[in-house]
Design a protein around this ligand. Structure first.
Ligand code: SF4
Length: 212
C-alpha cells in the first residue's frame, strides 16, 4: 500500500467510526475559538469550555477583551494553568484584532500566524473549522497516531508532520481527519495506556510503529 492509499483507507475507516467528529472546544464566534485554543495548551478542552463562560460574561466581544487589564483576564483564566502568559497572549491578540483587523479574525493563514500566541496548529484549526479551508492540525494525537499507523515515519516535529501529511491527504479531508484522530487517540490509540489494537478499526492496516 502506498502512503496515499493508506491515508485514504484510514480516512474512510475513521469516517465510518466517528461520523460526528468535530472540534471539542465550544465557540459561536471566530475570536472565541482563538481564545479557547490559547487556553487549551496543557489544559483539557472540557475545562476550557467551563472557564470561558465567565470570561465571556464579563468581556462579551473583542473590544471588551482588548480593553481589559491583563490582570483581569488572568484572574478568570487561571484555572486553565499558565494564567499569566495565556492572559498576556489573549490580551495582545485581541488588541491586534481590534487595531489591525476591525475586531475581526483574518481569513488568512499568514495573518493568523502573526497574532500573539497563535502557532501553526491554532492557525490551521481556525482556517479549517471557522473558514472551511484545507487544514491539518498537528496536535499530540495527530502526531502520535500518524507515526504509529505509518502515515509518517519517526517524525515528531509538528510542522514536519504537517508537511508530510499534506503530501498524502486530500486537502479537503485534512481538517476532519484530524478531529477523528483526536477521538481515536482518546478512545482507542491512547498515549498513557497500551493502545487497544484488538478493538481498533485500523488493526489490519496499521504499522503499529513503536507499539510493543
Ligand atoms: S492498531 Fe493499535 S497502534 Fe494502530 S491505530 Fe489502532 S490502536 Fe493505534
Amino acid at each position: 500500500m502506498t502512503g496515499q492509499e493508506l491515508a485514504l483507507e484510514v480516512i474512510q475507516r475513521l469516517k465510518n467510526e466517528y461520523p460526528e467528529s468535530d472540534c471539542t472546544l465550544d465557540y459561536d464566534e471566530a475570536w472565541k475559538l482563538l481564545v479557547s485554543v490559547r487556553l487549551a495548551a496543557q489544559c483539557t478542552d472540557a475545562r476550557v469550555n467551563v472557564v470561558v463562560q465567565d470570561l465571556y460574561k464579563k468581556f462579551p466581544d473583542v473590544d471588551a477583551l482588548a480593553n481589559a487589564e491583563v490582570s483581569e483576564i488572568e484572574a478568570l483564566v487561571r484555572p486553565c494553568g499558565l494564567g499569566n502568559s495565556k492572559a498576556r497572549d489573549i490580551s495582545a491578540c485581541m488588541r491586534m484584532l481590534r487595531d489591525e483587523y476591525g475586531s475581526r479574525v483574518p481569513e488568512d493563514f499568514d495573518a493568523l500566524l502573526k497574532l500573539p500566541g497563535v502557532g501553526r496548529k491554532s492557525a490551521n484549526l481556525i482556517m479549517g473549522d471557522v473558514f472551511g479551508k484545507p487544514a491539518i492540525v498537528t496536535d499530540t494525537h495527530c502526531i502520535r497516531l500518524s507515526n504509529r499507523i505509518g502515515l509518517v515515519h519517526d517524525i515528531k516535529d509538528p510542522k514536519k508532520v504537517e508537511m508530510a501529511l499534506w503530501k498524502i491527504i486530500p486537502p479537503e479531508e485534512g481538517n476532519n481527519l484530524c478531529h477523528r484522530l483526536v477521538d481515536h487517540g482518546r478512545e482507542i490509540c491512547t498515549a498513557r495506556t497500551h493502545p487497544y489494537c484488538d478493538r481498533c478499526c485500523l488493526n489490519d492496516i496499521c504499522e503499529k510503529n513503536g507499539v510493543d
